[in-house]
Design a protein around this ligand. Structure first.
Ligand code: ADP
Ligand code: MG
Length: 323
């Protein structure tokens, strides 16, 4: 059984980023309004995600680590109307199979919290503990029991930069959630979490891109676009500073990239990338998000319309800044 666990775990957990992603998504599903992510050595040595969400009842904590245990789907028909990020009930089981995991959790009406340590899928220790409402998951020594997998991880620096990039995107996507990120003991940022996208973008990126962003807003038919782009004064943005959300999901989008480069085409940006944080809403029936399992690819029925829409709105924003 343990072997099966380890194999299955490899599909969900292939590197520190996937653990961070699963834990943060659980925190969001738990309704947290504040999430702290702490990593050490690119997440290989230590990952801790703390939230102030709903917590887990003391007698349900072991269950949460069972494969296919999810509290998020009660009936089969729920599968069609899923609104939570997780629903397969595999993440905690998979993480615990390949690391030393610990969970500390408390629901609002429980008098005390509970701490459960799990090592290589086996619950090791359980005790009552004083703690705030919410959940903390600590993951130590990733792949300590599957050495072959350690080889597939990159350097600490590359693993941590994947995580930092992901948490930065989450911070923009969930502007209502206060997100704190700590890397090797130093605080990288804390977003205000007050629902103000602009403030969140500045908190996360201003060190790199400064604070001269132009607001973008437009609507046409079933398409609407909002966000911020850099003005002609910014010369050092990279592709990393182009972040796209389509219907709330972070995506890679050639269509939006194309709209951006067309909008800036006769500007100062020749050969460089403007910063662009764009949130596009489109009628769900006009696009397909099930192209790739990671859902990062999106296909539109009519790409030309979307590109042209983006070009026009960005163009207006750039021109308004000039006059
Ligand atoms: P899934 O998210 O697909 O349901 P997971 O393995 O990620 O599966 O989590 C299993 C269960 O543990 C969840 O359904 C939820 O009930 C509980 N859980 C996990 N993380 C948290 C959290 N941060 N806050 C509250 N409950 C949690
Ligand atoms: Mg989950």
């Amino acid at each position: 059984k343990e072997v099966a666990d380890k194999i299955a775990a490899g599909e969900v957990v292939d590197r520190p980023l996937s653990i961070v992603k699963e834990l943060v998504e659980n925190s969001i599903d738990a309704g947290a309004s504040a999430i702290t992510v702490e990593i050490k050595k690119g997440g290989k040595a230590y990952i801790r995600v703390t939230d102030n969400g709903c917590g887990i009842e003391a007698d349900q904590v072991e269950t949460a680590f069972l494969r296919h245990a999810t509290s998020k789907i009660s009936q089969a028909k729920d599968l069609e109307t899923i609104e939570t990020l997780g629903f397969r009930g595999e993440a905690l089981a998979s993480i615990a199979a390949v690391s030393r995991t610990e969970i500390i959790t408390k629901t609002a009406n429980a008098p005390a919290g509970v701490r459960l340590a799990v090592e290589g899928s086996r619950p090791a220790e359980k005790e009552m503990t004083g703690c705030p409402n919410g959940t903390t998951v600590v993951v130590r020594d990733l792949f300590y029991n599957t050495p072959a997998r350690q080889k597939f991880m990159k350097s600490d620096a590359s693993e941590s930069s994947l995580i930092i990039e992901f948490i930065s995107q989450i911070a923009l996507a969930y502007a209502n959630v206060k997100i704190r990120l700590v890397n090797n003991g130093s605080l990288l940022f804390t977003t205000p979490g007050k629902g103000d996208r602009y403030q969140n973008i500045l908190t996360v990126y201003s060190r790199e891109i400064g604070d001269e962003l132009i607001p973008v807003q437009g609507q046409q038919g079933n398409l609407s676009l909002e966000g911020y782009i850099s003005g002609p004064g910014l010369s050092h943005a990279t592709r990393k500073h182009q972040i796209f959300f389509i219907n709330g999901r972070v995506v890679n989008s050639k269509i939006l990239q194309k709209g951006i480069s067309q909008a800036y085409s006769d500007k100062l940006f020749e050969g460089r990338f403007p910063a662009a944080y764009l949130f596009l809403q489109a009628a769900p029936q006009t696009l397909d998000v099930n192209i790739h399992p990671n859902k990062r690819e999106v296909r539109f029925d009519n790409e030309a319309i979307v590109t042209e829409f983006v070009r026009q709105i960005l163009r207006q924003a750039l021109l308004s800044k000039e006059s």
